[in-house]
Design a protein around this ligand. Sequence first.
Ligand code: GLY
Ligand code: MN
Ligand code: MN
Length: 458
Amino acid sequence: MNPLFTPNIYQERRNKLSAAFPHGVALFLSNGESPVNYPANTYRYRQDSNFLYFFGLAIPNVVGVIDFEQNKSILFGDDFTIDDIIWMGDQPKMSDLATQIAAEEVRPLAELSSFLKGKSVHFTPPYRAENKIELARLLGKTLEELTPSVELIKKIVSLREIKSLEEIVQMVEANEIGAFMHKMVMKFCKPGATERQLFGIAESIALTMGDGTSFPIILSQNGQTLHNHDHSLTLEEGRLLVMDSGAENVMNYCSDHTRTLPVSGKFSTRQKEIYEMVYQANMAAIANCKPGIQNMENYKLAVTILTEGLQKIGLMKGNLEESVALGTHALFMPHGLGHQIGLDVHDMEDFGENYVGYDDTIQRSSIPGYRSLRMAKTLRPGHVITVEPGIYFIPHLIDIWKKEKKFEAFINYDKLENYKGFGGIRIEDSVLITEEGSRVLGTHLPKSVEEIETILQS
Ligand code: GLY
Ligand code: MN
Ligand code: MN
């Protein structure tokens, strides 16, 4: 069994949800085992994060129901039989599991469908096919008729996005594991090593110290591809290696760091120029994180620093303010500045990005660059967000924009030709917003040019 917080924590979370709803029930399906190539051969098990938040247990075949009218929680599930125990060993009884999370009642799964009949049932958007089918079966609806509850989504976001002290402790642990993954890769990063070896080192640390990675590791010399999951290359002198990875600790809290390393151990002059821009953007946006600041402002601050830097070396040109306002930087950074992080690496993205990163005070923009921002709203104490600016030279995108003469008053396409093959640079940390300001989670991970070169050469 996975470790749990004390039972009252789950009860208090459910009570807070209950307090917002006079009628109906909230239904939380656990995630099932997911088969690789036949039913008994399964992927690493991962519980649904909403289930973890309200019901804690990281096991399949259970359903959590919060009955808002009765203000009580019911755990639907069946005790294991001897036929299961032969294969699985001794298993806790449902009643013991319910005690561990302070659920008031246990009922067999067979009673769930009739229990739900006639009730107003709130549920979040299902993202696994099996759970879509199960929801449709339980509610007597077609897949198309399944309508997640917007009120439930909004209330859960308001609870989960403010991390409590006990959650921060877990997140710091996840960040320590994640930082160690990066440090070990830095130790072994040298010409002749393979991307696959470094990937294996990082993955094994996540599995040894925690519950595995928080998303498939991105580790590639082709860092211009934002989420490159190919690890087939051998490290070459003169290239840059982007590693974007995170761990889940044993309570499934996540980390997410990116570092970019010169394989040679030393940045070339050209690499250092671009690296410094991304580093300054990362540092300035982190320094600006505090309660009351809209994260959209942090994004603008970061892309202004990047645009100014690119203008200085002649890759961009024109009026700085105008350039930033138009989103011309989207050629170099076609992603946002970051996202909330918690029990999911992109926290609560199962609800859709707009419910998590936007609210009544800020709508998603349609301007290039700005439209990619996942987290735009005002920062509050307890938020944990990533800050991950980058500069990428994406040959296909450059070719398309150049052909369209897109923003040609602001981009020096001729000079840009020389940067095809440069790769990409991203630098990412996770930042907790505090009452006073903010702090980066976990032990400091080498980040400046000097720090990176020192660890690579040690
Ligand atoms: N998991 C990739 C990123 O958002 O950094
Ligand atoms: Mn990342
Ligand atoms: Mn991230």
